[in-house]
Design a protein around this ligand. Sequence first.
Ligand code: HEM
Length: 279
Amino acid sequence: MATNRNGPLPMYSAWAILGILFLLSIFFAFRGRMKIAHGPSGKTITRFTLLERGSHWLLASSFIILALSGLNLIFGKTLLLPIIGASAFSGLTIFGKFVHNYVGFAFMIALVLVAVLWIIHNIPNRHDIVWLLRGGGMLGGGHPPAKKFNAGQKIIFWVVIICGASLSMSGWALLNPFTTTMMADTAALSNSILGTEFATNLGPIQEQQLQTLWHSIMAVFMIVVIIAHIYIGSIGMEGALDAMTTGEVDQNWAKEHHSLWVEEVNEAGQANTKAEPAE
Ligand code: HEM
């Protein structure tokens, strides 16, 4: 199937990636960096443990390597080959393919770790509705209350987990060609639950073609979402990156963005202090 490299996929992917970069640039140009409204307090509160940060960075670094080596398969021939020449491009792409195949396992391990560590904080609650209605604070002034993760972050979390799992499964099918029937099974499931009329008698070649296409669609969608995530977690918001570097965030940042979480942490701290035996 030519769709992946020569058909509409590269064009839609390019529009999606350039589109999100353009939107974020416009947002940054008008809004600038989101500041801590009351300025840094100088006092910090622990946000993420070493295990949480380690899992996040394993996920992030593996994803970035997979994204770059994967994007090379979609765009490399058009963008890189004319610049670096055929032999360098061939060497780089073969190396990229091996790296992609192995780093996929690091991504899957990190995905499981992140899911287990954070799923409890990403169950939707009523505060998420308020958060979304107020555009995360862009409407109505001030920051809407949130627990450890706000609704925007919960959306990122579930996109990462669900699309990451789907990417992993289609990646598995590509690593083990002609051994899976996931696409045919999904079509059958959809026909029985949703009443669709997808063909279920897929031959092994069609199965692989659909897996390839799905893998690319999921990957590009995730890349677009993650670009927005990286923006907000780095230059977009003052004080956010500290959470994933030192694990400590400024108390004013925490109170502004995650007021209910700060209350929970303080209450737990008081309960612990009370429980400590008097000397
Ligand atoms: C250079 C790249 C990245 C930076 C600077 C970055 C930064 C951050 C920061 C600062 C947080 C914590 C936010 C908070 O305190 O609440 C965070 C959370 C998170 N990150 Fe990243 N990240 C990066 C890449 C990635 C990638 C590639 C993925 C997944 C493929 C990812 C997935 C997550 C998830 C699921 C969370 C928790 C939910 C959320 O805060 O949105 N991150 N990241």
